[in-house]
Design a protein around this ligand. Structure first.
Ligand code: C2E
Ligand code: MG
Ligand code: MG
Ligand code: MG
Length: 289
């Protein structure tokens, strides 16, 4: 079978695979350079506390401002970074940007919690907690203002070491969430033993929870499970007012999703917040500790 590469040249499939391989290599080399040049940036998506209706925090989501390709999304470069052993550096850069932003918001009276995602290799890195502590003190951000998210799938890889790293972070006062909850394979016994504070239910169960009875059942019982384990439940992928209403009714603690806002640059997020909550300070009081 013949395929066209991006220059419109017909190629046999084997050659096309070579092209894909070369493309990945090019991306990887560009990513190394991009990391050196500080081409990573963060977009922020609000998290709303449902009972009070206030925005208490944001999730920081990495983007790569590629000089020619424009904004590149994490699905494209995170797997490459992880594979090439660049994830340690990448995460430290993300933490730096997120905590600098958090400090600036705090200086402006906006006490927002910032959630940062960790990768599989981060959790195998016993130097991570020390780096996080350094960054927190460098930016003078209290540990409680930083949340770290780890996917359920990642947690299962090398559970013993991951648990030790997480326990150390949590002992510092950083809050931990299981991300994409419900898409991995963690047993309830395992969940019980994990040093985590929040369950972040995957959007696969959340988005249609107002119309799909099976999703509704899963959301309701996860809220109950989280609360019975002393955790908070965060719903991601909230795309409608109807879903938001059900989640409030079922006692979900925090929500995040396109219905509130898409992830956006710090400036645009701050403008969005100003428009939505003209009276600043209210959310500062309710900022979660
Ligand atoms: P995640 O941590 O589960 O983040 C949520 C993803 O869902 C984000 O995609 C967000 O833009 C998207 N999303 C938010 N609300 C909605 C909604 O209502 N509907 C739908 N359909 N999607 C929604 P994004 O930004 O492309 O990030 C994808 C994944 O990449 C993240 O999933 C996370 O696993 C990873 N990631 C992003 N930034 C970082 C980072 O700095 N470090 C690491 N290790 N991973 C990151
Ligand atoms: Mg996340
Ligand atoms: Mg998620
Ligand atoms: Mg995800």
């Amino acid at each position: 079978a013949a395929k066209n590469d991006h220059r419109g040249v017909a190629l046999a499939t084997g050659e096309a695979d070579d092209v894909a391989g070369r493309q990945r290599l090019t991306t990887l080399e560009e990513l190394r350079v991009g990391l050196d040049r500080g081409e990573l940036t963060l977009h922020y998506q609000p998290q709303m506390h449902l009972a009070s209706g206030t925005v208490t925090g944001v999730e920081a989501l990495v983007r790569w401002e590629h000089p020619r390709r424009g904004l590149v999304f994490p699905d494209v470069f995170l797997p490459l970074a992880e594979h090439a052993g660049l994830m340690g550096r990448l995460t430290l850069q993300v933490l730096d940007i997120a905590l600098a932003q958090c400090r600036d918001w705090r200086a402006a009276g906006l006490h927002l919690v910032v959630a940062v995602n960790l990768s599989a290799s981060n959790l195998q890195d016993t130097t991570l907690p020390g780096h996080v502590a350094d960054a927190l003190s460098r930016y003078d951000v209290p540990p409680a203002a930083l949340h770290l998210e780890v996917t359920e799938e990642i947690l299962m890889r090398d559970a013993a070491r991951a648990t030790a790293v997480l326990a150390e972070l949590r002992a510092m006062g950083v809050r931990l969430a299981v991300d994409d909850y419900g898409t991995g394979y963690s047993s309830l016994a395992y969940l019980h033993a994990l040093p985590v504070d929040d369950l972040k239910l995957d959007r696969a169960f959340v988005t249609h929870c107002d119309s799909d009875p099976r999703s509704a059942a899963i959301v309701k019982s996860t809220v109950e499970l989280a609360h019975n384990l002393g955790m908070r439940m965060i719903a991601e992928g909230v795309e409608s007012e109807a879903a938001l209403d059900r989640l409030r009714e079922w006692g979900c603690d925090l929500v995040q999703g396109y219905h509130l806002s898409r992830p956006q640059s710090a400036d645009r997020f701050t403008a969005w917040l100003d428009e939505r909550y003209p009276r600043r300070g209210a959310e500062a009081e309710i900022a979660l500790h």
